[in-house]
Design a protein around this ligand. Sequence first.
Ligand code: THU
Length: 143
Amino acid sequence: MKTILEKTEIKELIETAIKQLPKAYAPYSGFRVGAALLAENGNVYTGCNIENAAYTPSNCAERTAFFKAVGEEVRCFKAICIVGGKDGMIKDYTEPCGVCRQVMMEFCNPETFEIILAKNTENYKIWTLQELFPMGFGPGNLV
Ligand code: THU
């Protein structure tokens, strides 16, 4: 598990992601997800999943965090931490869905952007976007 993040940064991101779980709006699945996105400028943007009665407009925690940041003109990112579980109880790692991986691909360097999947501050795994989304289609494909 290779990382350029400091242990303290990882711990803070995990704690911040966990703090988002009560904010999730997940009345349909009951599955709460929290995210903490570390920007290159040092800011941390938070996100939770936001579901919808029509189901398809639902938004994942990761995308909520990305859209908050990008909506503030912040577009360079170092890492994201994701946690989740039924009724907000974390039992396992929560992997990002394919749509969220594609959104990460838009703004992040797949070789350096780190994705922290955590159960708690002691139990976590770190992957690069490249590892979780090999051969992704990104802005570079359009030039
Ligand atoms: N969800 C996320 O927010 N992030 C993920 O990485 C996986 C899934 C949400 C979507 C939906 O609100 C709920 O979890 C169940 O799929």
